[in-house]
Design a protein around this ligand. Structure first.
Ligand SMILES: [Zn+2]
Ligand SMILES: [Zn+2]
Length: 358
């Protein structure tokens, strides 16, 4: 404490001396954040525009960061790890990942227009304005790169794939100003203020079923060898009138419109289209999910069984399988964790029983 009783000021060594190789500002990767989104936030935190940051890293042309989302070279992973202290594996996990996802990604294109059939083209990235508004620091999710994701389950709205003010696709990698990611890099519109359209319940359920199927087959490791991707990409050929474009090449609005154009018997026809697979085991398994109407509904019996075995079935079973709007779907990881807990508990009980016998 100083003699005059004022605040004690302790002069610390320069940060650069303490951590010589680290960039000074810490930017923690967010849940499911795209590598490009994190790099743009890193750039801004250090007073650089994303475009200038790309130049500094030696990647600065066109969609530099969006290309790195597909596959980040080891040199970049090492550099980012060294400069930020974030674990290399965690940085690599922000990329799109395995090749099984590639056919389902939206094309790396941010200039927009109509295709040969007069339909709105896909852009490379979608967003939910309400998610951006809720974020502590607005960021773009990996899931928003996939053509199989068309809705935000948290907010129950459809995703948006272009700026509502200038109608251009998002291009944060081209941002030359020190502006946050929620500002359109073309016209400066605040994307958090965009109005995401509501969806009819049947369309939303069909869109979420598609997302469920893709996520669960990816999690189980057979997305790359099942027929699901091929059947999903061929969906526009089922619509009335048929279209020869791949599903992933259509804008978000057109993909959802495609689902509603599969008439007559939209629901049944879509389900039958998806439950077919040359592998009979995959076909039977997928049919269970499709018939139930999604992974959440199909897993409810398992969830209840697990809950009973974990002695947490005090609450009555839900009367309806319908999930409340905005409530999160059952996640495979949660279920696997619960399943692991059941086995751990059983092992413990077996050991206790063996000890008491002894
Ligand atoms: Zn949202
Ligand atoms: Zn704009």
């Amino acid at each position: 404490m100083p003699k005059h009783g004022g605040p004690a000021i302790e002069v610390q060594p320069r940060l650069a001396t303490l951590v010589p190789e680290r960039w000074p500002a810490e930017v923690v990767p967010a849940q499911d954040e795209l590598l490009s989104s994190w790099q743009h936030r890193l750039a801004l935190a250090h007073g650089l525009s994303p475009r200038h940051f790309g130049d500094c890293l030696g990647f600065g042309a066109g969609a530099w960061s969006a290309r790195l989302d597909l596959e980040a070279p080891a040199t970049l992973l090492n550099l980012l790890h060294r400069q930020t202290g974030v674990c290399r594996d965690r940085i690599a996990a922000m990329t799109i990942g395995g090749r099984d996802w590639r056919p389902l990604l939206l094309p790396l294109r941010h200039s927009v227009g109509l295709d040969r059939a007069g339909q709105m083209c896909a852009t490379w990235l979608q967003f939910c304005p309400e998610c951006l508004a809720d974020d502590e620091a607005a960021y773009f999710r990996r899931a928003w790169r996939r053509a199989s994701v068309m809705t935000c389950r948290r907010h129950g709205r459809r995703l948006i794939d272009r700026c509502p003010a200038c109608r251009q696709g998002l291009a944060p990698f081209n941002q030359r100003a020190l502006a946050p990611q929620f500002q359109c890099s073309v016209c400066g519109f605040d994307l958090r203020r965009a109005q995401a359209p509501k969806l009819a319940a049947a369309t939303r359920q069909a869109a979420e079923l598609i997302d469920d199927l893709v996520r669960i087959e990816a999690a189980k490791g057979f997305l790359g060898r099942s027929a699901l991707t091929e059947r999903l990409l061929a969906l526009p050929s089922l619509q009335d009138p048929p279209c020869d474009q791949k599903f992933s090449k259509l804008s978000t609005a057109e993909r959802l419109r495609c689902l509603t154009r599969i008439e007559p018997g939209f629901d049944q026809r879509l389900r039958r289209h998806f439950w077919a697979d040359p592998d009979p085991i995959i076909a039977a398994w997928r049919r269970t999910i499709v018939t139930a109407g999604g992974i959440d509904a199909s897993l409810q019996p398992l969830v209840r069984r697990l809950a009973r075995r974990l002695d947490i079935d005090d609450e009555p079973a839900p009367r309806s399988r319908k999930r409340a709007a905005g409530a999160p779907a059952a996640e495979l990881t949660s279920l696997l964790a619960a399943y692991g807990a059941v086995h751990a508990r059983r092992r413990l009980l077996d050991k206790q029983a063996a000890r008491s016998k002894a």
